[in-house]
Ligand binder design. Structure first.
Ligand code: HEC
Length: 133
């Protein structure tokens, strides 16, 4: 074989290898997973979504945890917006009402079933019920 054709052959081999490498990269890009797993403690985990989860409103807590009983007066629960149901209870004052929810009262379980509620959220839900009267 002449030197010229040897060089040409070498050129074809090298360019084929480069082409193959490009193709592999493109393939890897195409089959790369859309998301990536982020384990606790990883740096990527701190990129939390910009949603602030502040305290829930009184209405939100009422609707998710209190309405089940206080909507229709289940088990004798004083009903939302029915002033008569609350008449004998209001004199105790706001703090006592809140304490009764936190600790439970009669058939009402502690925290009014909102076991992940903060004190602030319980207060807001009691206030929401009182505001309805
Ligand atoms: C499983 C039913 C039930 C759920 C859920 C419930 N309650 Fe009650 N609640 C009652 C009953 C029954 C009473 C009346 C208790 C009694 O006087 O013996 C009551 C009473 C109350 C009172 C009056 C307490 C007093 O001292 O007179 C308040 C305030 C109250 N609930 C708030 C809430 C709030 C706020 C929630 C939700 C975070 C809630 N409740 C969830 C059943 C429930």
């Amino acid at each position: 074989m002449k030197l010229g054709s040897l060089l040409a052959l070498a050129g074809i081999v090298v360019s084929t290898m480069i082409f193959a490498a490009d193709r592999d990269n493109a393939l890897i890009d195409r089959i790369r997973p859309a998301g990536s797993v982020c384990l606790a403690g990883d740096e990527c985990g701190s990129a939390a979504p910009a949603v602030t989860s502040g305290p829930r409103s009184g209405q939100a807590v009422y609707e998710s945890s209190c309405f089940a009983c206080h909507g229709a007066g289940v088990l004798g629960a004083p009903r939302l917006a029915i002033a008569d149901d609350w008449a004998d209870r209001l004199d105790q004052g706001f703090e006592t009402l809140v304490d009764h929810v936190v600790n439970g009262l009669g058939a009402m379980p502690a925290m009014g079933t909102c076991t992940n509620c903060s004190q602030e959220e319980i207060e807001a839900s009691v206030q929401y019920m009182l505001d309805s009267l």
